[in-house]
Ligand binder design. Structure first.
Ligand code: SAM
Ligand code: SF4
Length: 334
């Protein structure tokens, strides 16, 4: 008999799951307007998985053929001991069981943490940066200091990390900054990914006011530059293109104007151990309960249950105005 641990994770639609996003905290040191309300209630600390529990869940996934893990949040860099967790998971990089360990961050604490994370085996990070203008950045994040983020990005680059900038396209806020951001990224050697706002979780404003469809953004860029579509897909929602004149790479994440569910290869773990099989649906398996009641050996069967329950896809629609799901992106992990 083949041991369960060597059986790959395949869902009911024949999709193989090789990528897991793990939220290490739901807390954040910023309050981006499209992501969170200003007053947020965060999880009590006892509800949050310990670093050891997160590492045990990562081990179970890796044993079942997961090749890439992304640490996210909330803001992962506010979780104390994050470099320790990166080292615990990172040991699978040296053994060859894991291809990549990455991180999505707002960059505020990167200056102090980039080197320890690089030492743990992280090679690529995504940094969210919706504006390089100090005032606009402060407006979008409610109190963030863009200088800290830019400094963090510089330190991360010096530590040898490859950087992708995530920019949420916001009508009337940063639409005029998309092209300058692309040119800056090209000059710095960073990739740029543009993201459409997704209807996740209640915020203090109406997202439809800021929703900027990326098909129009792309057409405007194509008036000035040659965008050659790149075939590479990550199994996620991003589509990439090479910007010939700038020798740069740009990605478009279009959950609302382009559907990508058929090729989905991922699941997401929340900071409290709920495994969501789809960002846009409520189905989940409580891995914290499984782990605390049955120990690491019980995880395998729970992963099989999760595979059987993975829905085909989301049904986001910006017109609905109410959030498609009540969970904030910071809970499920962006
Ligand atoms: N705090 C980290 C950061 O900002 O990069 C990691 C978590 S954050 C939830 C991950 C990504 O999700 C960020 O790039 C953020 O801009 C994006 N995001 C958050 N809420 C979103 C929403 N409602 N629609 C689209 N993107 C969103
Ligand atoms: Fe925090 Fe990231 Fe959400 Fe901004 S997008 S509030 S940085 S979790």
């Amino acid at each position: 008999m083949i041991p369960a641990a060597s059986v790959p994770l395949i869902d009911a639609f024949g999709r193989r799951i090789t990528y897991v996003r793990m939220s290490v905290t739901d807390r954040c040191d910023l309050r981006c307007r499209y992501c969170m309300a200003e007053a947020m209630t965060f999880l009590p600390r006892s509800a949050v998985l310990s670093l050891e529990e997160i590492a045990a869940i990562a081990d179970a996934f890796i044993a079942r053929g997961v090749r890439r893990i992304r640490l996210t949040g909330g803001e992962p860099l506010v979780r104390r001991g994050l470099p320790d967790l990166a080292r615990m998971i990172g040991r699978h990089l040296s053994s060859g069981a894991l291809d990549e360990l990455t991180l999505t961050t707002n960059g505020v604490r990167l200056a102090e943490l980039a080197q320890p994370l690089a030492d743990a085996g992280i090679r690529r990070i995504n940094v969210s940066l919706d504006s390089r203008d100090a005032e606009r950045f402060r407006h979008v994040t409610r109190w963030g200091d863009v200088a800290k983020v830019l400094d963090g990005i510089a330190v991360a680059k010096a530590a040898g990390l490859q950087i992708k900038i995530n920019m949420v396209a916001l009508k009337g806020i940063n639409d005029d900054e998309i092209e300058p951001m692309l040119r800056w990224c090209a000059a710095e050697g960073h990739d740029l990914t543009l993201i459409e706002t997704m209807p996740l979780g209640a915020i203090d404003e109406d997202r439809t006011d800021r929703y900027l469809p990326l098909d129009g953004v792309r057409r405007r860029l194509e008036d000035r530059y040659t965008l050659v579509p790149l075939l590479e897909r990550t199994g996620g929602p991003a589509r990439y293109a090479r910007v010939v004149e700038l020798d740069a790479r740009i990605g478009f994440i279009t959950p609302l104007t382009g559907n990508f569910c058929a090729g989905c290869n991922r699941v997401r773990l929340t900071a409290e151990g709920k495994l969501y099989m789809c960002l846009g649906q409520e189905d989940h398996v409580d891995l914290r309960a499984v782990l605390r009641e049955g120990g690491p050996d019980a995880l395998d069967a729970a992963l099989d249950r999760a595979m059987a329950a993975k829905p085909f896809g989301h049904d986001f629609a910006i017109e609905r105005r109410a959030p498609a799901v009540a969970r904030h992106m910071s809970v499920t992990g962006g």
